[in-house]
Design a protein around this ligand. Structure first.
Ligand SMILES: [Zn+2]
Length: 375
């Protein structure tokens, strides 16, 4: 018999496997989860994209009456950071109702919770439309594992998506997208004592930065997410003080909302910045959003209301998730971000998750599976 408390134990086992990214090394985590799922009747496939970089997809269900329900989570974690930890980040110690360690909240407890929920229901799920568990490597460095699964065409189909990122069990209906661009200007170098003989790429870049600061988005704001934002994060130009710089680069971080079409936005930017500026896309993740009135979202809200002690209201997460990659394969199926981790603990020193919340999320995921697969 699989019990809700097993999710805490499974979280502990996953935390003891160091998956700090870089370098990642998610393979032991993937094999550990895969072995348990396979033993319970899931079909498990491993997909690697680098040395010990392994994602897994586990599926169960035999009826094609309806598309399966997908749960997703990532196994990698961010580094420990510069500040010293009070606890061993890879021991999985528990104290006062909390489980400590790197990746507890973001998001090994979420992966453990949906894995335990799926294991506990495996026998009943086998004859239904079933569930897919997409457990990724390499999320923290720009969803590279999930994009690899998408590009390899191995994600299959899903009718709805639960992203188990940390939300303290509050269901979020979406998150902003991210469009990271590199803007490059070029000039012509000359000796610093004769600048009139050169063309200064940094002067050109300075004009670009001013225009970026003044940029106003052409799209209407989104009802829940507001307007997109733009930030110049980096500025580099020139090699030595006594030369005219022949190249400068600007790093631009745009966080988009569902009313922004990325292709159109890039075209608008290119036109405003002029032909002298080269634009390169470093990362391109569309916003994720499902209308709160969607019947499945409403049913998830109903499942969560008694657990939260209040009826959820439509809210969105601040971070982006693998859903941006998965939804390309799943044709933007309804998506909820819902996980037992503590969002304020993500990427923090002395990260922890709350045991009670993990156990409650197992019950919630079981009910969400029941409602999808048994009706
Ligand atoms: Zn995460």
């Amino acid at each position: 018999m699989v019990k809700a408390q097993d999710a805490v134990q499974l979280t502990r086992e996953l935390v003891r496997m160091n998956t700090v990214n870089p370098p990642g090394r998610e393979e032991p985590c993937a094999r550990h989860l895969g072995a348990r799922l396979e033993a319970a009747g899931f079909q498990v496939k491993y997909h690697s994209f680098g040395e010990r970089r392994v994602s897994l997809i586990a599926t169960i269900g035999s009826s094609d009456s309806k598309l399966p329900l997908c749960f997703t989570g990532h196994m990698d974690t961010v580094p420990l950071g510069a500040a010293p930890w009070r606890v061993d980040p890879f021991a999985g110690e528990t104290s006062a109702g909390m489980l400590y360690g790197r990746g507890t909240s973001d998001m090994k407890c979420g992966v453990a919770a949906f894995t335990i929920a799926a294991l506990s229901m495996a026998k009943h799920l086998a004859s239904t439309c079933g569930v897919n568990l997409v457990i990724t490597a390499g999320e923290e460095t720009g969803c590279e594992g999930a994009f690899r699964l998408y590009r390899d065409g191995v994600l299959g189909k899903a009718g709805a998506l639960v992203v188990a990122e940390p939300t303290s069990n509050y269901p979020f209906v979406g998150h902003k997208g991210a469009l990271w661009l590199k803007a490059r200007t070029r000039g012509f170098t000359a000796h610093g004592s004769m600048p009139e003989k050169g063309v200064n790429a940094v002067y050109k870049a300075a004009h670009v930065v001013s225009r970026l600061e003044q940029f106003s988005f052409p799209n209407a704001p989104h009802a829940l997410m507001g307007q997109a934002t733009l930030n110049v994060g980096t500025f580099h130009g020139g090699h030595n003080i006594n030369s005219v710089p022949d190249q400068a680069e600007i790093g631009v971080d745009i966080r988009t909302v569902p009313t922004v079409d990325h292709k159109t936005l890039i075209a608008v930017l290119a036109a405003q910045l002029g032909a002298d500026v080269e634009l390169e896309t470093l990362m391109d993740l569309e916003a994720v959003y499902t209308e709160p009135w969607n019947p499945w979202i409403q049913s998830v809200f109903d499942v969560m209301a008694p657990i939260l002690g209040e009826a959820p209201v439509p809210r969105v997460a601040t971070y982006f998730t693998d859903a941006a990659a998965l939804n390309r394969a799943y044709s933007d199926s309804p998506t909820v971000i819902l996980g037992p981790g503590e969002p304020q603990m993500a990427h923090q020193t002395d990260e922890y998750c709350v045991l009670e919340r993990v156990e409650k999320s197992v019950a919630a995921y079981q009910e969400i599976m029941r409602r999808w697969c048994f009706t």
